[in-house]
Every structure is written in C-alpha cells, then in structure tokens.
Design a protein around this ligand. Structure first.
Ligand code: SF4
Length: 64
C-alpha cells in the first residue's frame, strides 16, 4: 500500500494537487492541502506520484 502526507509547513496552498487528484487531496479551511484517505487508492497511486513531482514546494511525500 501507499501512504501520502503533505508537509503543512511547506504547502503554499496552490491547489495543484487537489485539482489533479481530488479524491486524494483536499485543501483545509486554512488553505493547506492534506491527504483525504489513510492510504492511497491503488488506481490513483500514479496520479499521486505525478502530484508529488509537480508540487512547487516539494511538500508531498510518499511512503510505500
Ligand atoms: Fe500544497 Fe503542493 Fe498541493 Fe500546492 S501542490 S496545494 S503546494 S501540497
């Protein structure tokens, strides 16, 4: 399984991850992204990797 976390201190709230994978990322009331699920759904793992690669601040980490 894959776990994904967002470093809330690094996230600038650009929303790119949530736009790309709305089932896995959401912005909270403070405009910081967080992982919606305990583990990443199998069919969304590639998309989450893409989101991680495209995050402008490198705030997303993946653990497999
Ligand atoms: Fe935050 Fe990165 Fe997502 Fe932008 S792409 S909202 S900086 S985690």
């Amino acid at each position: 399984f894959m776990k994904m976390t967002v470093d809330k201190n690094a996230c600038i709230g650009c929303g790119a991850c949530a736009a790309l994978v709305p089932d896995e990322f959401e912005l909270n009331d403070s405009g910081v992204a967080y992982a919606k699920n305990e583990t990443v759904k199998e069919d969304l793992q590639d998309d989450v990797k893409t989101a991680m690669e495209n995050c402008p601040t490198g705030a997303i980490s993946i653990e497999e």
